[in-house]
Design a binder for this molecule. Sequence first.
Ligand code: AMP
Ligand code: FE
Ligand code: FE
Ligand code: ZN
Length: 290
Amino acid sequence: MSFAQNFRGPADLHTHSSVSDGTQSPRELIFAAAAAGLGTVALTDHDTTAGWHEAAAAVPDAGITLIPGMELSTRHGRVSVHMLAYLFDPENAALRAETEKIRAARMTRAATIVSNIAADYALDWEDVLAQTRPGTTIGRPHIADALVARGHSVTRSAAFDTILHPRNGYTIPLYAPDPLEAIGLIRAAGGVPVIAHPATGSRGNLIPEEIVVQMIEAGLAGLEVEHRENTVEGKAWLRELAAKYSLIETGSSDYHGAGKPNLLGENSTGIAAVAEIIAQGTGCEPVYPR
Ligand code: AMP
Ligand code: FE
Ligand code: FE
Ligand code: ZN
């Protein structure tokens, strides 16, 4: 079926389920997206495609188009860069191997963070596992939820602002591939790479323009311009970059269920941008309701 026949907006191209650090199952997320009035939603769990099958199965009943995706962890030096990837082949061996490597690193990193915290607070690995389901991509949000369950913090966000804040020294960085390598892997798998929330930091924490140019040369497709954590000046810079280098501009919620205040559809991506992503994605197809 062609895109033109099937596209329905609005489109929210960045959401998380309980397969990573969202709080709703992929099926619940698809129904929540339809209930929020969206016509198209991308599922972009961190470093995994494990939710794709369940989400796709909910599409006919929910009556919403699904764009399968992922938010891949990458790092440029000290700056963490989240790379959204759409419509890639989930069976691609090289990309799978890298995501498995990142997920394995997440496990040892989370265990280290928990033992660091356990020196000062009652908390153990079982508390964290209790916040996940089998196969979940583990991250600091699950440690935060465990801190809430133990009564050490009031909410996930409060845990991030206190015990999990880097200034306290419990948290350690995550292994992640270079963004250029990640872009190459995504494109080789037929996917469409878009930098997630590229302008959340202050000036010194932004990706330098010459690095963005290298990413474009490596195959970067777009920038997530409309995201609540991008700064006002940052969004202006991203729009300039998008115009200068003919990049796709997206807008999305980064919904995490009850794990973050972000609401489904609070930002959306225009029809031409969605069409371009679908045109460039050759690793798999969007899942249409009929
Ligand atoms: P990690 O995957 O361990 O690097 O943790 C990063 C994740 O933590 C992000 O994907 C966010 O979903 C989440 N996160 C970061 N800061 C906050 C916050 N202040 N409140 C809630 N969730 C957060
Ligand atoms: Fe997250
Ligand atoms: Fe992110
Ligand atoms: Zn995200």
